[in-house]
Design a protein around this ligand. Sequence first.
Ligand code: ACO
Length: 424
Amino acid sequence: MSKKAVLRIGDQEVELPVVIGSEDEPAVDIRSLRKETGYVTLDPGYVNTGSTRSAITFIDGENGILRYRGYPIEELAERSNFVETSYLLIHGELPTPEEYEQFRQRLRVHSMIHEDMKHFYDGFPSSSHPMAIISAMTLGLSTFYPEAIDPTLDEETDLTVCRLLSKVRTIAAFSFKKSVGQPFVYPDNSLTYCGNFLHMMFKVPAESYHVDPEVERALNLLLILHADHEQNCSTSTVRMVGSAQSNLFACIAAGICALWGTLHGGANQAVLQQLSAIQKNDNDVKKFVELAKEKESGVRLMGFGHRVYRNFDPRATIIKEACHRLLNHLGIEDNLLDIALELEEVAVSDPYFIDRKLYPNVDFYSGIMYRAIGIPTNMFTVMFALGRLPGWIAHWLEMQEDPDNRIHRPRQIYTGELSRPYPQ
Ligand code: ACO
């Protein structure tokens, strides 16, 4: 017999269905609550609110578990690559060798952006933050592919998905070139997805550039680790905007904007800035930790804490190891890594952080890896966006097919003035 939850409000009693997920996660289905009782629920930050059923990603925050479509993140990080993981997230299954080749080929042929789009870059100041550029350019794609404005799922959607995955990478690399005043480097489709990105980023016409396979491997890993994280802020934004039947380009542009915030994807940039500030303050890690514990200081340890992970972030564990491997391979000794290691050690043994279950998150070590690859700090969040693309797309597609999907329209508890007359 299916379980029911009983809610008593005064002398009113209402039975609400209990929903159990495939990993035994229980939820109370409150859809009928307002209709039956006149009450709504109040849950700022949606801490206890399940906004959807989803079959894409499973997280067990207590035990540090993350799986895409059932596959543990550790195995994907070790054995997959970003293109294959993207296919998995979007299509639900790992591709057969033929499907993989076909997918790769589709990404290859869509790697260039329309020549007219290149002129957009002329309008942006060279000091522009690349997140602003990639969100504007992603939305701009909808002007070149107006057929994608209709969100009805058909072969056109498949094309839009491939265009997005391939072109946002080119847009990101071009925004870097714009910021450093170098000419755009066109994609070279003989390269892999990540290799091609590195080529567009670091090749200059005057010199040859060879993709270092270890760097390519590191980039694949970073993008895989960022590829999805269920109903986080930017993914929920993609779903929110998508629930109004906005097109995929528009929804992804909105997701990029949400990701930009320092409490979300912007944290990887903030971590590096914080580590650099510690370096400038005589490497005084302890002073910073003390500051982060004082609410009035307004300082938080960036790259620490997570709404869902309350034990450890499995992505941080993988990145930390990969960070050492990459820096060893490149022969880089980065003082910021030493500071990060010490900061982690001091914080994880401090009662403030232990009591609040605050541990390094995915952003804590990723910036040091990006820096070693040669990616500047203001591009870190762009890298996150590139990685998160397949996740956003998978959620948008899942939502389009969900019979429960309705326009997202939360309620509120009004606390303002009562009705009053306009002054005569
Ligand atoms: N440094 C110091 N104190 C912290 C930190 C931190 N990084 N994170 C949380 N706390 C404290 C809060 O002050 C609060 O203390 P209190 O209970 O005494 O008031 C307590 O821990 C709970 O924090 P909340 O802000 O309520 O936790 P929430 O789940 O809302 O926020 C978040 C999670 C935004 C990630 C937060 O931990 C944070 O700001 N971290 C730093 C930014 C960061 O690294 N963001 C990246 C997250 S991962 C990602 O988006 C990819």
